[in-house]
Design a protein around this ligand. Structure first.
Ligand SMILES: CC(C)(COP(=O)(O)OP(=O)(O)OC[C@H]1O[C@@H](n2cnc3c(N)ncnc32)[C@H](O)[C@@H]1O)[C@@H](O)C(=O)NCCC(=O)NCCS
Ligand SMILES: Nc1ncnc2c1ncn2[C@@H]1O[C@H](COP(=O)(O)OP(=O)(O)OP(=O)(O)O)[C@@H](O)[C@H]1O
Length: 199
């Protein structure tokens, strides 16, 4: 039996960092953010629906989606965000399921689904266990501003578009506190995998 593990957290809490550590140990990770980029490539079904809903103003000159522009629209307006989600999420879910089945058929002993909105989208039923990557509010804000070159206002609008991390922790089977060093984060991950028999 393949163990399906959900990896979630808040924006910039460290999911990709933990996901790299998992891959290094040979555990495959299916990344929802990455798939969400693929399904909106020029000409795909979701691409056409986004252009119909948001207009050509959100396109770059080469007709690809201008993510910064679309982001600044949807993170300021919940209705528009829900509209975008309703276009993109079904496509992401289909592709994730396809990849998960492929990995299971190859005999993977565990598969990790890296899904930032696992709880917000009520997807807990898709996984056997959930790891939440946690950081305190101050670290989350600072890391997000630094990584994306965001103002405080821009960063907060994205953080506030998600369930508070403190809430997510309550629904976790295991929590990794990523406020410390990367070594400390890796140690916590090792302990969790060991406890679940996949270390
Ligand atoms: C709005 C978009 C174009 C902004 O693109 P951008 O390159 O700036 O951000 P990126 O996609 O790398 O996402 C960064 C992080 O933002 C957060 N985030 C993204 N979309 C959402 C959303 N709809 N609601 C809440 N948080 C979100 C996640 O924590 C994600 O890890 C893009 O995020 C998008 O298409 N979002 C809708 C699809 C989605 O929900 N993706 C997330 C997982 S499926
Ligand atoms: N323990 C740590 N100490 C210092 N910086 C860290 C640590 N963990 C992650 N970071 C940095 O914080 C930022 C956010 O981390 P990461 O990209 O892994 O988050 P994420 O949860 O995948 O974000 P997103 O939701 O946007 O996909 C990155 O710039 C990363 O290098």
């Amino acid at each position: 039996m393949t163990m399906i593990i959900g990896l979630t957290g808040g924006i910039a809490s460290g999911k990709s960092t933990v996901s790299e550590m998992l891959k290094k140990r040979g555990i495959p990770v299916i990344d929802a953010d990455l798939i969400a980029r693929e399904v909106v490539e020029v000409g795909k079904k979701a691409y056409t629906e986004i252009v119909n809903a948001f207009g050509k103003e959100i396109l770059n000159e080469d007709l690809t989606i201008n993510r910064a522009r679309l982001g600044s629209i949807v993170f300021q307006n919940e209705d528009k965000r829900e509209k975008l989600n309703s276009i993109v999420h079904p496509e992401v879910r289909l592709e994730m399921k396809r990849r998960q089945e492929q990995l299971i058929s190859e005999g993977a002993k565990a598969v990790v689904l890296d899904i930032p909105l696992l709880f917000e989208s009520n997807l807990k039923h898709l996984v056997d266990k959930v790891i939440v990557v946690y950081t305190g509010e101050k670290n989350q804000l600072e890391r997000l501003m630094k990584r994306n070159n965001f103002s405080k206002k821009e960063a907060l609008s994205r953080i506030n578009a998600q369930m508070p991390l403190k809430e997510k922790v309550k629904f976790a089977d295991a929590v990794i506190n990523n406020d410390g060093t990367l070594e400390e984060t890796e140690q916590q991950l090792e302990n969790i995998l060991m406890n679940w028999g996949i270390g």
